[in-house]
Design a protein around this ligand. Structure first.
Ligand code: G4P
Length: 530
C-alpha cells in the first residue's frame, strides 16, 4: 500500500459525534443526515431501530422501557467523496461517561441545540469535554419550525455561556409557522421553502438573491432579515477555518431536522470542511500522525453480549494511523501481549459486516477474547501507548450484597468484566483487599444496568447499599502527603484497579482543607494516565 493512498484515505475521513441535551433532536438529525447521504432510504429507519433494539439485545430492554439510548453505535457513510464516521452517543444524562469516552475517538463534534432552549445542562457538560480535547465544534440550531429565541440573542447566549466565538454560516428567515428558509451568508443566496412541501420528504426549495427574495417573503420578515444581515456584518466574528479547527470558533447552522430543512448545508460542511483525522500523542510524547507507516489504534469502548445468542465481547477501536488489514498481528501497549485482529467488523447502526481493511479515523469492531481494556493501544509495529481515554470521577457509590453467597465467583467475574467495559468503576479498601469493592458510577442508572446485566449474563442477583460519597479524586502527592491523608478520618482512602490512591468523600470540604494544609497534593477529577 503506497503512502500516497494512505494519506488520501486518511484525508477523506471525517469522524464526528453529535452532542446534545436529550430531546433536542439527535435521533432525528442522525436519520436525516443518513437520508441525505443516501445511506438509508426511508425516513423512520433509525427510529424504528431505536424501538426494536430489544430484539437485538435483551439487556437494552431497559433502554426501550425508559425511552433512552444507553449504548453507542457507529454509522459509516460516504458523501461528496468523504467517508463519514458518525459515532452515536447515549442521550441520557446518566450515561455521560460512555459519551465522554466516545468523544475521545472523534475529530469533531456537532453541537445540536433546540433553538427554543439554548444551551442546556448536558450540552454544556459535553461541550466542556470537547474543549478539553480542543475539538472543532459545529453548532446546529434545530426546530426552527417552532417558535424559539431571537437568533441574535441565541448566538449571544451560546457565545457567553460557553465562552466560544460563534459565526453564523447561514441565517434563518422567520421561525415557527413563518419559517421561510435560510440565507447562505457567504454567497448571499436565499433558500426559500417551496409551498406545501414541509413533509417527511426531502423538500424542494427555490434559490434566489437577497433582492429577489423580497417578492417571496412577507415584508415584515424581509425587513428583519436585512436588519439582521447588517448587524451580523458589523458585529459578528468572521469565519476563520484555522480557529474552527483549533476549537476556538464554532460555525452555526440553522434548520429543522423534522421538516428536512437546513440539513444539506450541514452535511456539506461536514464532508468538505470538518477536521480529518488528527495525530495522537503517546505517553512518551511521541506524536503519531495518520500517515505513520504502521497501523495503530486504540480501544474506546467495550460492549459484551451485544447479541445474547453469542456471548461475544466487542471492542470498538479507532484507527489512528496506517492501513488496517484483517488478520493483522498487533501488540497491546499496556502489557506487550500479542493479539491477532482476525474478525474485524464495521457497523451500520446495530448491523455488522466483516471489514477487510480500514483507514485512520475509521471505527472497527473487534471480537475481544477478554484481552482488551478501554484505553488500550494496539499497534502493528513497536509497542505504543496512546494518551487520552480518561476515566471520569464517579459521583454515585454503592456496595454490593450478594443474595446467594455461593455465587461469589460469578459476581467477581461479572464485576470485573463489566468494569472493564466501563459500566461501573471498582475501588478497593487496601485493608480488605480485592473483596467487597466499592462501586462508583457517573450516573445512578448505571447501577441498574449493572444489576440487570448481572442477572441476565452471570445469573447473579444482587442488591445495593448506597454509600454517602459524592466526590472521588485520584490523588497524587509526596509519600508524606499521602500518609497525612491516610491518617485523617473524614473521608475514605481507597485504591483503583491500578493500585492508584483515590479519595472518596461526601463533600469537597476535606479536599480543600487538605490542600490548604499539606504541600504537594494534587487531586485529579480525571484518572491520570498510567
Ligand atoms: P433525541 O434523540 O435528541 O432525544 O431527540 P429525538 O430526535 O428523538 O427528538 C425528540 C423530539 O423532538 C421528537 O418528538 C422529534 O420528532 C422532535 N424533533 C426533532 N427535530 C425536530 C424539529 O426540527 N422540529 C420539531 N418541531 N420537532 C423536532 P417526539 O414527539 O418525541 O417524537 P415523534 O413522535 O415526533 O417521533
Amino acid at each position: 500500500m503506497s503512502s500516497t493512498n494512505l494519506r488520501e484515505e486518511a484525508l477523506r475521513r471525517r469522524t464526528f459525534a453529535i452532542i446534545s441535551h436529550p430531546d433536542a433532536g439527535k435521533t432525528t438529525i442522525t436519520e436525516k443526515l443518513l437520508l441525505y447521504a443516501n445511506a438509508i432510504h426511508l425516513a423512520g429507519e433509525v427510529k424504528s431501530r431505536k424501538s426494536s433494539r430489544s430484539t437485538i439485545s435483551d439487556w437494552m430492554q431497559m433502554e426501550q422501557e425508559r425511552g433512552i439510548s444507553i449504548s453507542s453505535s457507529v454509522l459509516q457513510f460516504d458523501y461528496l467523496g468523504s467517508a463519514l464516521n458518525l459515532l452515536d452517543t447515549p442521550g441520557h444524562a446518566d450515561f455521560s461517561e460512555d459519551t465522554y469516552r466516545t468523544l475521545a475517538a472523534v475529530d469533531s463534534a456537532v453541537m445540536l441545540l433546540d433553538h427554543a432552549k439554548g444551551v442546556e445542562s448536558r450540552t454544556r457538560k459535553l461541550f466542556e469535554v470537547c474543549r478539553m480535547r480542543e475539538l472543532p465544534v459545529i453548532t446546529f440550531m434545530n426546530k426552527l419550525d417552532r417558535e424559539g429565541l431571537d437568533p441574535l440573542d441565541l448566538m449571544d447566549e451560546v457565545s457567553a455561556t460557553l465562552n466560544l466565538k460563534v459565526t453564523p454560516m447561514n441565517w434563518p428567515i422567520g421561525m415557527g409557522r413563518e419559517f421561510m428558509g435560510v440565507v447562505n451568508l457567504a454567497s448571499k443566496t436565499v433558500f426559500v421553502f417551496e409551498e406545501g412541501q414541509k413533509g417527511e420528504q426531502i423538500i424542494d426549495f427555490k434559490t434566489m438573491s437577497v433582492e429577489e427574495a423580497k417578492a417571496h417573503i412577507p415584508t415584515i420578515l424581509y425587513d428583519k432579515l436585512l436588519e439582521d444581515l447588517e448587524l451580523i456584518e458589523m458585529a459578528g466574528d468572521a469565519y476563520d477555518h484555522d480557529s474552527f479547527l483549533a476549537g476556538e470558533l464554532s460555525p452555526v447552522f440553522w434548520g429543522s431536522a423534522k421538516t428536512n430543512f437546513g440539513i444539506q448545508p450541514l452535511l456539506e460542511f461536514l464532508a468538505e470542511h470538518t477536521a480529518s483525522p488528527a495525530s495522537r500523542e503517546t505517553s512518551t510524547e511521541e506524536v503519531i500522525p495518520p500517515d505513520y507507516k504502521d497501523f495503530t489504534g486504540f480501544i474506546f469502548k467495550i460492549q459484551a453480549n451485544m447479541n445474547p445468542k453469542h456471548r461475544d465481547r466487542i471492542a470498538f477501536m479507532r484507527v489512528v494511523s496506517g492501513h488496517f488489514e484483517r488478520g493483522v498481528d498487533t501488540v497491546i501497549g499496556r502489557n506487550n501481549e500479542k493479539l491477532r485482529l482476525s474478525k474485524p467488523h464495521s457497523f451500520m447502526a446495530q448491523e455488522r459486516s466483516i471489514v477487510d481493511d480500514a483507514w485512520p479515523g475509521d471505527i472497527v469492531g473487534l471480537y475481544d477474547p477478554g484481552k482488551l481494556r478501554i484505553g488500550d493501544t494496539v499497534s502493528a509495529g513497536k509497542q505504543l501507548l496512546f494518551k487520552g481515554i480518561p476515566r471520569f470521577a464517579p459521583e454515585h457509590f454503592v456496595r454490593v450484597h450478594l443474595e446467594d453467597p455461593l455465587k461469589r465467583k460469578s459476581l467477581d467475574k461479572g464485576l470485573e468484566q463489566l468494569s472493564l467495559e466501563g459500566v461501573i468503576q471498582l475501588f478497593f479498601d487496601p485493608e480488605i483487599g480485592r473483596q467487597a469493592p466499592y462501586l462508583g458510577a457517573v450516573g445512578q442508572l448505571q447501577f441498574e444496568v449493572l444489576k440487570q446485566r448481572l442477572v441476565k449474563e452471570y445469573s447473579v442477583r444482587v442488591s445495593f447499599q448506597t454509600l454517602p460519597f459524592k466526590v472521588a479524586r485520584w490523588v497524587e502527592g509526596t509519600p508524606e502527603a499521602i500518609v497525612w491523608l491516610e491518617r485523617r478520618r473524614d473521608y475514605k482512602m481507597v485504591i483503583d484497579r491500578n493500585d492508584h490512591p483515590v479519595l472518596l468523600s461526601d463533600s469537597v470540604w476535606p479536599l480543600q482543607y487538605a490542600q490548604q494544609n499539606v504541600e504537594g497534593l494534587i487531586f485529579h477529577e480525571i484518572e491520570p494516565l498510567k
